[in-house]
Design a protein around this ligand. Structure first.
Ligand code: SAH
Length: 350
């Protein structure tokens, strides 16, 4: 069996090639070929000798990702890719061309086990975790496309399908590799990790020494509503999640973002805004309001623009940092799991 080197740290590549007589410094050259130049064939690594290239191809492979479906928003700013891995499994990756740079949203699991009622990723449960290499392959796929227009990936949001903290080791490894100078050298501050609120892993991440931005999917101003929307709230109730987020903010000095999906008549009323404001008071945090992308299967509806404004106003009056998420790609089903779910329904790929 050939060994897949995609997703390895440079020291791991060095350890893998050493038994075949390749000196250590070759590992750095190989890493740059696969990560910075998007080369997935040893034959094209022209600064290696012909003998080494043949030897490497005999013992190693470079598994990346292939596009199985692509959709572009009408304004051209958002592109969504259904990317397929070696074993035929596919996940969604989204490129958002923002005013401040190119942002890529990556998935961390095939499907999701969390069972949030508003989320399409979890409709068929979880199939498997992605490896660090498979998460990395999503960013590098988009980066390679951007290179053709002399651009590159600027920021990463770990907000695609899956619960990143339920796939902790692979996600942390992914962040360390993408940050390395033989890879894309993306600063930790340019990475945002979104979680439904796994308390022990939030604490573990705080002690990891990676100052990434943490985003908490709160979505409700009290336990009653949150438990209805997110089963995880029965295990880690809202106040415990917020306490962990505070510890994260203190440890890393990073402001935490709270995501709050607005669902008509469920959590979008004035009383909910007031309750949310009380929860947020005095925290190093900001609130991101997201009018829900309706998931037909779940019958949840988006509030009117007026209701969204009213909700925002109540928070602003109470001096809470709040933004309403810019609508990007809603015409191409850019909400979690929606493209994959549509393709699964249409062509039945798994
Ligand atoms: N499991 C992680 C990351 C993936 S979900 C988490 O829960 O944070 C990324 C974000 O998309 C979360 O805030 C999630 O609540 C949100 N999301 C899921 N379904 C959505 C929908 N139908 N409309 C709007 N946002 C949605």
């Amino acid at each position: 069996m050939k060994i897949d080197i995609f997703g390895m740290f440079v020291h791991e590549i060095a350890a893998s090639i050493q038994p075949y007589g390749l000196p250590k410094f070759r590992a750095e050259q190989i890493a740059k070929w696969i990560y910075q130049h998007g080369v997935d064939d040893f034959e094209n690594m022209t600064n290696l000798s012909k003998d080494h290239r043949v030897l490497l191809a005999e013992h190693f492979v470079i598994h990346t990702a292939l596009a199985q479906a692509i959709e572009k928003s009408t304004d051209g700013k958002t592109s969504k890719y259904l990317l397929r891995f070696h074993d035929g499994m596919a996940v969604e990756t989204v490129l958002m061309r923002q005013p401040y740079g190119n942002s890529v949203c990556v998935s961390t699991q095939v499907g999701c086990a969390m069972g949030c009622v508003f989320c399409a990723s979890t409709l068929n449960g979880i199939t498997r975790n992605l490896t660090a290499g498979e998460i990395l392959a999503q960013v590098l796929y988009v980066n390679k496309l951007l290179q053709q227009e002399q651009a590159h990936v600027n920021t990463i949001v770990i907000m695609g399908s899956g619960e990143p903290l339920a796939n902790y080791n692979h996600v942390v490894k992914f962040m360390r590799v993408i940050h390395a100078d033989y890879c894309l050298n993306i600063s930790y501050r340019s990475i945002t990790l979104s979680t439904s609120g796994l308390v022990p892993e939030i604490d573990q991440l705080a002690n990891e020494g990676l100052p990434v931005t943490l985003s908490i999917s709160l979505h409700a101003p009290n336990n009653e509503i949150r438990s209805e929307l997110m089963p995880i709230n029965n295990r880690y109730p809202l106040v415990e999640v917020m306490a962990a987020a505070n510890r994260y903010a203190q440890q890393t000095g990073r402001q935490v973002t709270y995501e709050y999906i607005l669902i008509a008549d469920v959590n979008d009323q004035a009383q909910h805004a007031k309750q949310l404001a009380t929860l947020m008071r005095g925290r190093l945090a900001n609130v991101n309001l997201i009018p829900v992308n309706s998931v037909i299967e779940r019958g949840l509806l988006r509030p009117s623009n007026k209701q969204v404004q009213l909700f925002e106003q109540i928070l602003l009056e109470r001096k809470i940092n709040v933004t309403v998420r810019r609508e990007m790609g809603s015409d191409i089903l850019a909400a979690c799991g929606q493209l994959r779910h549509k393709v699964l329904n249409e062509i039945n790929i798994d």
